[in-house]
Design a protein around this ligand. Structure first.
Ligand code: ADP
Ligand code: MG
Length: 285
């Protein structure tokens, strides 16, 4: 498996105001190590303030570690290779209204390409392809601020895709969306993964998104608390709940039923799995 990004013992502290005594200097990231492989979908979860956005900012070189090393595309990230490295990644942030620079959808998606000096014909082609990938071609001449939240984030993703990134980072890109908008964005990410095998790092609170990931990194107080597949992570229900994370609805219902002496075998992640067991259970009694 080819490595796309990794952190090795990364620690990062924001500068605190001078009146803060040195011993309260808290680390936003504390000895964080992980590797992200090509084609992988890694979900990063953790309650507010656990260091998730700091992790994303270190990956795109908006911040540099206080100690430790960040590697991208098998190279140590430095101020010298920052711009070249950043051009190989796309990032979409939380608030869909803060990401627009163009007056039309087309201009907006073209913006970063224009900045990178991409020739006009190539640009037009790439903008069309990117909008097609997020199913927003019909809105090419629309004004971004008239779109729904889900459509805005899809345009945001198109802007990132037009750069033909090798890594797409989503920092709570679905958290301000209604359920339909969230569904639209998740569908697009699923499609990109199956069609072009894009590597995705998604920071999220959304359990559906977590269940779709290949691997999960759980952050707590700046540290990596655990990593594993979604199934492995959610087996540690009590530990996750103790750091303020939710468990999937079906898993909570399974546990509740077991506590009520219903003979449920599986630890079901999805409602469909749970319903299937309840169904066979019903007929076998
Ligand atoms: P998350 O994205 O998981 O909510 P962050 O990475 O934003 O967490 O924050 C991690 C820690 O760093 C928190 O304690 C937060 O208060 C602190 N922090 C984040 N951004 C800044 C900043 N610009 N200046 C000072 N402290 C910050
Ligand atoms: Mg954040």
């Amino acid at each position: 498996m080819k490595e796309i990004a990794s952190m090795h013992h990364v620690t990062f502290s924001y500068e605190l105001a001078e009146e803060e005594p040195p011993d309260v200097q808290s680390k936003a990231l504390d000895d964080v190590s992980f590797t992200l492989y090509e084609g992988e979908w890694l979900a990063v979860v953790g309650h507010n303030g656990s260091g998730k956005s700091t992790l994303a900012k270190l990956l795109i070189g908006l911040l540099f570690p206080s100690s430790g090393e960040v590697n991208l595309f098998l190279e140590h990230l430095t101020e010298d290779n920052l711009w070249e490295t950043r051009s190989r990644m796309g990032i979409v942030f939380q608030n869909p209204d803060n990401q627009f620079v163009g007056s039309t959808v087309q201009d907006d998606v073209a913006f970063a390409l224009e900045n990178n000096g991409v020739p006009h014909e190539v640009m037009v082609k790439r903008v069309h392809e990117a909008l097609e990938q997020v199913k927003m071609t019909d809105y090419i001449n629309h004004e971004p601020h008239h779109l729904s939240g889900g459509q805005k984030q899809r345009v945001g993703i198109a802007g990132a895709l037009a750069l033909q990134p090798e890594l797409l980072i989503l920092d709570e890109a679905t958290s301000m969306l209604d359920p339909q908008g969230r569904e639209e964005v998740i569908e697009i990410v699923k499609k990109l993964r199956s069609e072009i095998g894009l590597t995705v790092l998604s920071i999220t609170h959304d359990l559906e998104e977590v269940l779709l990931a290949d691997r999960v990194l759980v952050m707590n107080e700046g540290k990596v608390l655990m990593t594993g597949t979604p199934e492995e992570i959610f087996q540690k229900g009590a530990e996750l709940e103790s750091i303020g994370l939710d468990l999937p609805f079906a898993l909570r219902v399974s546990e509740f039923l077991r506590e009520a002496d219903v003979d449920i075998q599986g630890n079901h992640m999805t409602e469909e799995e749970l319903v299937n067991e309840l169904w066979t259970f019903h007929f076998s009694k």
